[in-house]
Design a protein. Structure first.
Length: 337
């Protein structure tokens, strides 16, 4: 699928970008070029040690910001596929620095669209977040706008063979800044774990499953879809107990911009949502639904359906979380008792 193709990953030195790069090089050894585009020179230097030029001549590193339209267009020369993973993501930081998040998450998205429309790029897959569904925080609102921009870009591509689609999923297990490594560090340094609310829930997906979903979208998307995986939920309190059954739980209250439960498909979205295999797809409101139903061998969801981490039918308990932590985060993990 991607052999002899040139791929660019924005935010390529992040958790997703590193796992995506590893997967591509293992699965598609004849990939023509893999461009890691990010603004952090130290992370690029560290990642370059894993992929030295004499062993991986197809891997290239571009220092640049998605806010810089001219630099990004230069990086896109000869590229076939863009994976857009770059974003500012911390919810509390967004509440106090809204202009910075708007510049990166919205302005950066538009720069990527403009570059794709003015080049020979064939496929763009943008990573989204559950916080973009019915957002109550600035971060989620910027990602919702980003999702809308990518979906709408399919309307202005003309007759070109160019597809824009979006992949939306929940908390990535073990990713930088996420709750599991945060609790593991806290447990090592005092064993008091801060819990925002005893009933708080989140969706859970592994980094590997996130990468597989993007690869699936590259191969299967028609353009305009927001793909949503069928994944389990966990309670934040359950995560804390899985990591340290003996921990003191300090209930600190919900932070600015946080939801008690996350949602990936709202009730309003249900009228444009289809269901197939491991995924749902939210279609553009003006889409010819029959085309998508046939292509994905899908069915329509029931009107009024919603996909919420608090009402999910699939859950991860303490024992299952420990197994997943050993599998995806730390093979030597043992709960602190």
């Amino acid at each position: 699928m991607l052999n002899d193709k040139s791929i660019l990953i924005t935010g390529g030195t992040g958790s997703f970008g590193k796992k995506f790069t590893e997967t591509i090089l293992q699965r598609y050894p004849d990939v023509k070029r893999l461009v890691i585009y990010s603004r952090d020179e130290l992370k690029q230097f560290d990642m370059a040690q894993l992929y030295p030029e004499h062993k991986f001549p197809q891997v290239r590193f571009f220092i640049g910001d998605v806010r810089d339209a001219q630099r990004f267009r230069r990086a896109c020369e000869g590229i076939d596929v863009i994976i857009h993973a770059a974003a500012l993501k911390q919810v509390p930081a967004a509440e106090y620095n809204p202009d910075e998040f708007i510049k990166t998450n919205i302005g950066g998205a538009q720069n990527i669209i403009d570059a794709a429309l003015s080049s020979e790029i064939k496929i763009v897959v943008a990573l989204s977040t559950d916080k973009a569904a019915a957002p109550i925080n600035l971060y989620g609102a910027t990602k919702l706008v980003s999702d809308k921009l990518f979906v709408s870009a399919n309307n202005i591509k003309g007759k070109r063979d160019l597809r824009f689609s979006v992949v939306r999923y929940g908390n990535v297990m073990g990713s930088r800044g996420s709750v599991i490594p945060f609790f593991m560090e806290k447990a090592r340094n005092g064993n008091v774990l801060p819990i925002t609310h005893k009933d708080m829930t989140r969706f859970n997906i592994s980094l590997e499953d996130g990468v597989e979903m993007v690869l699936w979208a590259i191969e299967n998307a028609l353009g305009g879809e927001i793909f949503v995986p069928k994944i389990p939920s966990y309670r934040i309190e359950t995560v804390a107990r899985a990591i340290s059954p003996s921990a003191t739980l300090d209930y600190v209250g919900i932070r600015a911009g946080e939801k008690l439960h996350e949602e990936m498909i709202t009730e309003s979205d249900s009228y444009n949502t289809i269901d197939f295999e491991r995924y749902y797809a939210i279609l553009p409101s003006d889409a010819k639904k029959e085309k998508y139903l046939k292509h994905f061998n899908a069915s329509e969801v029931t009107p009024g359906f919603k996909y919420n981490s608090g009402t999910n039918t699939e859950w991860v308990d303490e024992d299952a979380l420990r197994v997943l932590i050993r599998q995806y985060v730390d093979p030597e993990f043992e709960p602190r008792v």
